[in-house]
Design a protein around this ligand. Sequence first.
Ligand code: M6R
Length: 615
Amino acid sequence: MCGIVGYVGRPKSLEVLLGGLGRLEYRGYDSAGVAIITAGGDLVTRKRAGKLAVLVDDLKADALEDGSTGIGHTRWATHGGPTDQNAHPHLSRDGKLALIHNGIIENFSVLKAELLADGYTFESETDTEVAAKLLGREYDKGDGLAAALGRVVVRLEGAFTLLALHKDEPGVVVGARRNSPLVIGLGDGENFLGSDVAAFVEHTRRAVAIGQDQIVTITPTSVLVTDFFGTEVEASEFQVSWDASAAEKGGWSSFMAKEISEQPEAVANTLRTRIVDGAVVLPDLGELDAELSDVDRIVIIACGTASYAGMLGKYAIEKWARLPIEVQLSHEFRYSEPVLTPTTLVISISQSGETMDTLMAVKYAIEAGAKTLSICNTQGATIARESDAVIYTHAGPEVAVASTKAFVAQIAALYLFGLHLAAVRGTLSPEAIGEALGELSAIPAKLEQVLLTSTRITELAKWMSDTRAVLFLGRHVGYPVALEGALKLKELAYIHAEGFAAGELKHGPIALIEPGQPVFVVVPSPRDPNSLHAKVVSNIQEIRARGARILAVAEQGDAAVLPFADEVIPIPLAGALFEPLLAVVPLQIFAMELATAKGLDVDQPRNLAKSVTVE
Ligand code: M6R
């Protein structure tokens, strides 16, 4: 969950590292640090607890000598609190080598004991410092940084990306990865390393993904990728499809506000080129496409917001393709000893494509012989590369920790896949598929309309900034929307929020209702074929009778809700399965505005990180 940058090239390391760290700060923001080999050949470092801005101010007050080789880190604390000492980089015993790390070294205490017995002392509580000391010891054997790194990484258990430099090897940065991301950026007379392409996209859009258990050595003019034992391996280059401006705020008050506004485009881009003459075209599926007719069961795995997209995928794909589908949280999946066969399709959903819980679940599914498909937003991400096939959501870079545009793009991708599967299995007529695709294609324009209603939600959020608890209710596809509304409010505004299936209320949660309790209700359309509208209106009456304050997200013109709601937030008309793509937006805006009204940082909420690369 940390952000990592490496650079070799021109004497402007600090500028490259700080720029890259700024774009990677979403990955962790407890502390930040840099190490540079100066033009004079010294190794200099600076690191500070707090957000990157603290380090930047410190460097302004007391400049650090620049150079053409450097590494930089922004941390999400695991071992040891967010202090100056625990911030990265960490140094070898002789202070000539600096190392940064993302992940967790699970056997660090055994290795630390070995080093302590050897007379080493430690300045931090981190697992990372153990790797730095080990690497320094191996380096002293005299066969160079990459070879030394190879001997260290084979001793490490857990997940890691490591970058290191040594003052005796100016112009060289080495890196290694296992179950944690690392990408190379190819420049002209300069090369880059980063946790993701955002680290260097300002300088180059040519990138190379590094595989599992590989080591990379970059110099200004060369890139060498090997396995942990020094044997060269081939690595494939790809072009980053977005530019640096896509990862900038562009005049918005926050990345989250910008990303909410980009939702129409995120859905449109995910659909683009994949609907041709009223049918789904998914060349992305490659060889998996021919095997889809064998699939007799689907398991969807994901975490957080992505898992709610998965729940929506279940409603739609089960209905359209008539296959049993279950949705599991990735971190629970493999511990339940799931029954997986070669005819099971495991679909993982992940914006980052690096979520460790989901990656481990995908690996488990592969080992069990299941087919795997990834719905992913990040090009070249590990989960995408491990899976048999990937459908990329083209939402563009999502920087704010709270997921918004990735969520709607994930739903769009799942729906495309569901309709394609229905065509393969012959469970829907071409006309019915064409009709559903028409609904899906209309979503971007309808999202534009929803965004226009945001002023009223902002006012509501301001009035409610002292609220201590909010409940969210929904039924059928409205239920995952309720869960997502509650998650957004928890993570951004630090308010206790719960999402419930409205039918479950009477089985316990209704006891929570007391006079004044705000309850958001996601109301199904009165045109809903399951006739759930009347049931939800009854649920509203039940809680209103007990004093709840009702905030209804309902279809425009839904007159039946008006008498019972304190506030109605209208959304455009859409087919039942498509309403969630619209209904979620007011809830996202509400959480963002309420957090803003409380003076909180909506892009970087406390204790969280965008990409959860530890288990
Ligand atoms: O990158 P992923 O989609 O795998 O991330 C999964 C969750 O960690 C993520 O959706 C998280 O719940 C968000 N912060 C919610 O806004």
